[in-house]
Design a protein around this ligand. Structure first.
Ligand code: ZN
Length: 516
């Protein structure tokens, strides 16, 4: 006879249905085998199932038991196949009725004594099960996570409790969803004295979702400022929350089904490998870019990251997703994040005070040349943070904190949502940063003086087409912060002041564009 149980194979955050078919016949030699492209962890399920059965006082019958995982061409990885295989074996042995398993899917890692433990990917599995009209059976500890997908799932502490459930002795109840994590104490802009210009550009970045690079000497507060971006962003919407949580689930980062509405903030070290950043490794786990989906990716000491690692960020910055190549297939993860980066002007830190180093401008040129043009092209806002002086530290604490700025950011974002509501998609946010050329034609019309200014700047600084669009997007955000439909000269002037300067231009710094 054949028993069937549905389970899932993960490809990125997609949970693909897998049919676990367990077949038992009499044969000369007792055999227990698993076929259908199992990896090592799946093949080891056999031993765990055998041990768990013997711990319950059940011996596997001396027959041929074949477990087939279909479709055969889909690779099966991980230890979550333990539970569906054990359930299938129980059905062919007649311990539970095969009919009782109808309408169920199962996922769960099992210990040698039949206890079900923490399993990754329960949330996407539960969502897929619900779509297929199935109830998901999962380990008790993952019940609160499964319940976020919907009602009717079953969470069991061990195999015995499932036998008792399916034989009608002690029915299991459905778990309630886990709690929403309390919003973490976010760092406040109130703690940063001075740096009004940097705070302004942070506000613009938050409002339009623009990528931002702070450049300045050590101690100028670059990372202090960058870490405060989260506090300016609105909470995740319900849809975003589920997407972000599915990635965290597959990465094994969802503890006890506790979801958080705070936008992710990921700050990988500059020694991070490409696999750590964009995903990969043995099971193609999500990388930092995907863990930062709908949130912020902060890269401190930007030029210290390897060139190859930075280049690997181009695809997610452009497409909002990453593709990890594996032997004969590709795994995709969403990776739509806001990049904020910080760097010293030159390798030796750019010295203190006047921002010069002893080696002269070539030092900065060489250091900044480590960032490739195509990568730099994905950054909308550049800001040189001046060194903090003793005078700054004697200033009274700022009266305005993150909550005030966040309110303006929320209002500016609402204007963008209303504007792009029809063209937004999973890979295109309703934010100015993702505005297309068509969007700009329709919604970022400059007044005459603004047009004149941008035309002059394009000629003077030889702005590329990309740079020109970037200035228009940023100007659109600056106007949105003022609730202005029209984009005026002053908005364009400010947007131009945040364009990238070459090291030799840095001396004449920001006064240039603003004074025009
Ligand atoms: Zn230097």
């Amino acid at each position: 006879m054949v028993a069937r149980v549905t389970t899932f194979a993960f490809e990125g955050i997609a949970a693909n249905p897998v049919d676990v078919q367990v077949h038992m016949t009499s044969g000369k030699q007792p055999v227990f085998m698993i076929v259908g492209l199992p990896d090592k962890a799946v093949a080891e399920s056999r031993e765990r199932v055998r041990a768990a059965f013997s711990a319950m006082g059940l011996a596997l019958p001396p027959k041929r038991i074949t477990v087939n995982l279909a479709p055969a061409d889909l690779p099966k990885e991980g230890s979550h196949y333990d539970l569906p295989i054990a359930l299938g074996v129980m059905a062919v042995m007649g311990i539970v009725s095969p009919d009782a398993l109808d309408g169920h899917a199962a996922i769960g890692e099992m210990s040698l004594d039949g206890q079900l433990g923490e399993t990754i990917g329960v949330l996407p599995a539960a969502m897929q099960a619900l779509d297929m009209g199935l109830r998901l059976i999962c380990p008790e500890i993952c019940g609160p996570e499964a319940a976020w997908a919907g009602d009717g799932n079953l969470a069991a502490p061990n195999l015995i409790s499932l036998i008792n459930h399916f034989t009608g002795r002690t029915p299991l109840s459905c778990p309630p969803p886990g709690e929403l994590a309390a919003r973490p104490d976010l760092l406040d802009l109130k703690d940063v004295k001075g740096q009004d210009g940097a705070k302004r550009v942070l506000e613009i970045a938050a409002a339009g979702g623009h990528n931002l690079l702070f450049c300045g000497p050590p101690g100028s507060g670059k990372s202090m400022l960058a870490k405060r971006l989260s506090g300016l962003l609105p909470e995740l919407s319900a849809k975003e929350l589920l997407q972000v949580s599915q990635i965290q689930s597959v990465a094994g980062l969802l503890e006890r089904g506790q979801l958080s509405r705070a936008r992710p903030f990921r700050a990988p070290h500059h020694s991070a490998s490409m696999a750590a950043l964009v995903g990969g490794g043995i099971r193609a786990r999500p990388g930092e870019t995907s863990l930062a989906h709908h949130g912020v990716l902060f890269l401190d000491e930007l030029p210290e990251f390897s060139g190859q690692v930075l280049d690997s960020l181009r695809q997610p910055l452009e497409d909002g997703e990453v593709t990890i190549s594996r032997a004969n297939r590709h795994v995709k993860y969403p990776a739509r994040f806001q990049l904020i980066a910080a760097m010293n002007p030159c390798r030796c830190g750019g010295g203190a005070g006047d921002g010069r180093c002893r080696k002269g401008p070539r030092c900065a040129e060489q250091y900044q040349a480590r960032l490739s043009g195509p990568f730099i092209d994905r950054i909308d806002l550049f800001y040189d943070t001046p060194a903090v002086t003793a005078v700054d530290l004697t200033l009274p604490p700022p009266t305005e904190g993150s909550a005030d700025v966040a309110a303006r950011v929320a209002a500016a974002r609402q204007r963008q949502t209303d504007r792009y509501v029809e063209t937004a998609s999973p890979t295109k946010r309703a934010l100015n940063v993702d505005a297309t050329g068509q969007d700009l034609e329709a919604h970022a019309v400059l007044d005459t003086a603004g047009q004149q200014l941008i035309a002059d700047a394009a000629a003077k600084y030889r702005l590329s087409a990309r740079a020109y669009h970037r200035v228009r997007k940023v100007a659109r955000t600056i106007a949105d912060l003022e609730a202005s439909d029209a984009i005026h000269r002053v908005h364009v002037a400010e947007a131009l002041s945040y364009r990238r300067r070459l090291p030799e231009e840095a001396d004449t710094a920001r006064s240039g564009a603003l004074a025009q």
